[in-house]
Design a protein around this ligand. Structure first.
Ligand code: BTX
Length: 325
């Protein structure tokens, strides 16, 4: 409800300080009894509430879920997360986000699930998304742009995620063009950017983000052991998924704003500072061919440029990359 949303915003702005029942009633424009009723409901949902006479209320989350309310408590964005669709289990958050986008949901809507039973990677690949351990989230944006700019959003999102991990953990993730985030060479995050568009105009961009947060080694299936890792494995401890979501949304909102005002150029520089493949010998496997050469950079559109041994420069729009030494 709108009151619940504003109540969680008020606690977010209080930054852990107590808020009196009267102050809350004033902020929300309702009675103290109504405030108490909403607080009681949050308590039933599992939030921990401290009520201290003469001081008021303070609220913390200890549930380790990614419910709408948990994401809202501490969320400091204005656009991203304006609407949050939370699901316990779903085939794919991308599918739900596509549907909501089609129905005209507000820009910044996010869909997040505790578990995906049919998470999607690129092409027809599967994304392993076990319950309560990772972030399986889709974000709907509506930039007024031609469709060929869409791959830039994969790159901007990658920067937002890498920085969020750096801000919350003692880890240095790296980006492998176009959509992988690696820690010590193993995949911790995949990004899938999809479109609803005409030939000349984007209607919606649906950015899917899959992050392995709290999995142990045993949580990964055999075939992923050598290629995948989680933040918890690398960081030696669990991390709150809702706090990581809040940080990613804050970063992405900031960079989206910069992008809309100044274009991709400033973000391209930032992206390059986290990229592992640039300047290295790589092998790019596209749907049609295999190209080997030196990755010399990305274009202003986010297209990868590879120079082969004959000096010919190839533009790569989508591929799987193997990075040499
Ligand atoms: P991708 O095609 O680059 O990577 C898919 C490949 O990654 C798989 O073939 C497999 O080898 C490997 N893989 C599968 N699951 C995992 C995992 N949990 N961790 C590491 N490696 C894995 C990457 O596609 C894009 C993934 C986007 C996932 C998000 S989750 C929210 C949203 N909803 C949805 O259905 N997809 C996106």
């Amino acid at each position: 409800s709108p009151i619940r949303k504003r109540l969680l915003e008020a606690f977010t702005n209080a930054n852990g300080e107590f808020l009196s029942g009267q102050a809350l009633a004033d902020i929300l424009g309702c009675s103290r009894t109504a405030v108490w009723k909403h607080i009681e409901e949050l308590r039933k949902e599992g939030f921990e509430l401290e009520a201290v006479r003469k001081k008021g209320y303070r609220i913390i989350s200890t549930m380790d879920r990614v419910t709408e309310n948990e994401i809202r408590l501490g969320l400091k964005t204005s656009k991203l997360g304006s609407m949050i669709q939370y699901l316990d289990t779903i085939d794919s958050t991308q599918k739900v986000a596509h549907q909501l986008a089609q129905e005209g949901c507000p820009e910044g809507t996010i869909v997040v699930a505790e578990e995906q039973t049919n998470g999607r990677g690129r092409l027809t690949r599967h994304w392993h998304s076990p319950k309560f351990t990772g972030i399986w989230m889709s974000i709907v944006l509506r930039p007024k742009l031609p469709p060929f700019k869409a791959p830039q959003f994969t790159l901007i999102t990658a920067v937002a995620v890498v920085q969020a991990i750096e801000q919350l953990c003692d880890l240095q993730p790296e980006i492998k063009w176009p959509n992988d985030i690696l820690i010590k060479g193993k995949k911790v995050t995949g990004i899938l950017t999809e479109l609803q568009a005409d030939s000349d105009k984007i209607h919606s961009i649906i950015i899917g983000i899959g992050i392995n947060v709290n999995q142990t080694r045993e949580d990964f299936p055999e075939e992923l052991h050598s290629v995948a890792t989680s933040i918890a494995i690398e960081n030696g401890g669990k991390l709150s998924r809702s706090i990581l979501i809040q940080q990613i949304l804050a970063n992405l909102e900031k960079y989206y704003q910069i992008y809309l005002e100044k274009g991709f150029a400033p973000l391209k520089l930032l992206w390059e500072s986290y990229a592992i493949s640039i300047g290295k010998d790589i092998i790019a496997r596209t749907v049609n061919e295999v190209i080997a050469g030196k990755a010399i950079g990305i274009s202003d559109e986010g297209v990868l440029k590879i120079q082969d041994k004959n000096g010919v420069i190839h533009d790569i729009y989508s591929a799987d990359i193997e990075v040499g030494k």
